[in-house]
Design a protein around this ligand. Sequence first.
Ligand SMILES: O=C(O)CCC(=O)C(=O)O
Length: 292
Amino acid sequence: MAALLSPEQIESYVDNGYLHLPAFVDERWLADLGSASDEFVEQSRSLTASSRSIDIEPGHTAEAPRLRRLSSPVDHHQTFRSFTLEGPVADLAMELLGGPVRYHHSKLNYKWASGGEEVKWHQDIQFWPHTDFSPLTIGVYLDDVDAEMGPMGVVPGSHRGPLFDLYEPGTNQWAGAMNSLDVSRLGLDSGTDVAWLDGPAGSVTVHNCAMVHGSQPNMSDRPRPLLLQTYSAVDSFPIAGIGANGATGPTSGVVLGGASTQQVTVAGRAMTGAPDWSRKGAPTIFGSQQAR
Ligand SMILES: O=C(O)CCC(=O)C(=O)O
């Protein structure tokens, strides 16, 4: 397969923690993804409260839908499934991570027109810690996105910095965002220290799991659908018991582009772990030992 990225782009991802690839996804995929997305907008019209898969904003009505998010699109529509597991973004993840990858989760953030909500500064890895820092998220804009529409903003190089506490200070309440003191300590000038990743439909953003990132409200009169999918290296595993790690849908954990050797390194010690029995159920130690 022809390389999708130059060695300089891969080096830039490693150094800066992100990539911006304008108009990367072709029109055929965009048309298919757009009509799959439209099906969920239609479905949302009958909702008066968020469902398990479709998160709606206050003010959502059948006549004027306002969607926040479609959760796990991979598990709800064949087009999203093919795109994320076999399409150009899967190839991109494999190229960046240097071999087979482990799919973690996906979502479609709509950020609706005229006030679609901001995403406060945060890092992703605290939501779903892994045994390393290889996980990355690839975003695809399904429509043209300009500066006014709340594009993804990343703080270049921040993936090499501290890992922030995303709880409400002094409480055990998960806030999902950095607190204002930590944000002020970063001293961000949003004009020079943040890369705002906008672009025509099909533009791609990639950010490392430790990257500080967020986005502003959408002040335009058009929604900003951003399809996001997360992958890790094949020898990186989600740590259970934190958030919904590894339990975000039946597809979570699927390996793309090869097979897992179950090699894992924990606290600097490498081992070959047991096979993945999470789908079929585990045999007993007696069964495994007597079968040899
Ligand atoms: O939709 C965005 O602008 C950012 C999304 C994001 O960071 C997240 O959902 O974790």
